[in-house]
Each structure stands twice: as structure tokens, then as C-alpha cells.
Design a binder for this molecule. Sequence first.
Ligand SMILES: C[S@@+](CC[C@H](N)C(=O)[O-])C[C@H]1O[C@@H](n2cnc3c(N)ncnc32)[C@H](O)[C@@H]1O
Length: 247
Amino acid sequence: MSSNSANSIPPQPPEALQDSHALPTGERPGSREGGRRQISRFLREGLRAIKRARVRLGTGGVEILAAHDRVEGILKLQESQLLHQLARGRRTIVEIGSFRGRSTVLLALGSAECQGEVWAIDPHMPSPDAPWMPFNSTDLDAFRKNVREFGIERRVHEILSTSDQARTTWAGKGIDLLWIDGDHTFEGASRDLSNWTPLLNPGGVVAAHDYSKHWPSVQKAWDQFMAKSSCFVHSGRVKAIVWARKV
Ligand SMILES: C[S@@+](CC[C@H](N)C(=O)[O-])C[C@H]1O[C@@H](n2cnc3c(N)ncnc32)[C@H](O)[C@@H]1O
């Protein structure tokens, strides 16, 4: 989980070390190693500030940063920006895997102009594919609080079930954007792709998170599905998000 996920934040270091410029314990002031560390820390911070400034200056920058900073989650800033972009002009959005709502909020904010609606599917229960992850009902409370705080309750519809269960009862209209970030097993990710993509409208987009070497199961599911399907054109990849458009 990301460094800013409440459940994964390690115990805080003593106060002296919370100063980002403090030297690690035992390091001599003025030592070469200490100097190197400080330079690399300054560079990292500078790079981070540049990335944030670029997002801020882009379309929807202020709200993207607000959602990214205020809602816990693992999406990286560029991924948050991408989701907001992908949601623009989409009226019917299905999200598989909400956690505390970072992606949900970004999708709802990105689609605000056309009053897009987000169906947020998540059982908010411990997950068999990631038993080490702290998925539970506190996420649901946090999810609801975040949705309220961003004033998007009217456009976010909570579906408290697995994506498989939700699919059997989905009586909704065609989908414009399908965002998959739920069960990360090969079987689970493959099922989400094969069960839900037929509901995409022509021109609709499917995007998935964790398409990376850290989740070979997700990568394999995506690659196999796309290799078999002639309905999609690969559209792009940013960090660990991959997406394709239905033709
Ligand atoms: C990586 S988190 C999602 C992060 C979220 N998209 C965000 O931006 O913060 C994965 C979520 O998927 C949910 N999940 C796991 N299996 C699922 C399934 N079969 N159907 C729907 N959601 C599932 C978990 O409860 C968890 O909240």
C-alpha cells in the first residue's frame, strides 16, 4: 500500500527524524554519506514539486491534487491524473475495487461536467488475493466519508458485493468507462475482463491498474484477453495503468 495509506503507515520515527533534512541516527554531520543523502533528498523533493506543479497547471489540476492528497490509496499522482482524464465526458462508469475511494472520487470529479455516474463495486471485506491487505469495513466508512466530503454522493452508487455477484444483477445501461482494480488473481482479473467488457458501449474504454511486473497475474490476464479479442485497440499505458478502447 502507499506511504499515505493509514493502515500501512509504519510507526512514526522520533521527532528529530521527522525533520526531512535530519540525518539518520549515527550519521556524522558533514560526512560524505550524509551530504549525498541530503542532495538526493533535495533532488527527490524538487522532482516531486515539479510533478505536482505540472499537474496543478493542467486541466482539473487543483481537484486532482485535492483528491490525490486527501483520499488514501495507492494510485500514483500521474495515475490519478490519467483516471480523471479518462473519465471526462463519460456518463456511465463502473469501478471494480474502490478501497477508500481515491479512484472513485477522481472518476466522479473527472466526469462531473456531463454528470457522470460511478457504480463503485467493492465488498469491503478481506480479499483472498491479498490476505495481507487491510481491506475491511473501516474502508467502507472511509469511502463514505470521502465521497461525502467531495460532494459527489448523488453520482456515486455503492455496490457492496464482489464484481461477480454484481455482474449477475447488473441491469444497468451500457458502460462508457470500466475501471478494474479489484481481484488481482489471474482468474479474478480475467473474469472481470470477460464478464464486464461486453457491456462497454462502442468507443468505451476499459482500464486496469497494477499492470506491472509486481502483478504478473494482472499483466497476463490483460495480455491474454486482449490477444484474443478483436474488439479493442490498445490505447496507452501510464505507470501501472493500461487502457484500451472498444471499437
Ligand atoms: C487495490 S484496492 C483498490 C484501490 C482503489 N481503486 C483506489 O484507487 O484506492 C483493491 C480493492 O478491491 C476490492 N476487491 C477485491 N476483490 C474484489 C472483487 N472480487 N470484486 C470487487 N472488489 C474487490 C478490495 O476490497 C479492495 O478494496
